[in-house]
Design a protein around this ligand. Sequence first.
Ligand code: 5GP
Ligand code: MG
Length: 177
Amino acid sequence: MDDDLDILFDTHAIQDRIRELGAQISRDYAGKELIAVCVLKGAAIFASDLVRSITRPVAMDFVHAASYGDARTSSGMVTLKQDLSSDIRGKHVLIVDGIADSGRTLAFLLERFWKREPASIRTAVLLDKAVRRAVPVHIDYRGFDVPDRFVVGYGMDTGEHYRNLPYVAAVKDAAAT
Ligand code: 5GP
Ligand code: MG
């Protein structure tokens, strides 16, 4: 284990929580056709676990969102590097992201997707850093609340590092790296 990291949520806790979210989503979408939209890259690991914990048919699609600024804070400028590959008109869409911070990424996607006239849109995030919210955004399914610290692991990176950690950790001295 890396000395520079404080583990916040270990593999077991994450798996348990994702199983609960999957059960809840399975109940909520009974009889509905669901499409899970994974927000690359950070949500890749969470989304792959989450869809496997949903006990009903679920389609998957992917968008690649990026926000520019320095590595540790989002600038507020969200761009879409890759759009959906399918038409979501009339579909029940679940946007799956790794972390909600300022909320700008989710707000951007919600605004964009609503224009395509889906039947519904809900949001799921593994981590919610609600204290940092700059734009109000409704989170329907949240794994864990996180404090205002820079976190890595389970898909979340710093400079493409640490995405593959099987746990979520806070970087001890975020300012120093
Ligand atoms: P937003 O500010 O739009 O809610 O989140 C934008 C993006 O900032 C997230 O998708 C994520 O890539 C990144 N981000 C925000 N907080 C953290 C964090 O604590 N750790 C990591 N690795 N990325 C973060
Ligand atoms: Mg990043």
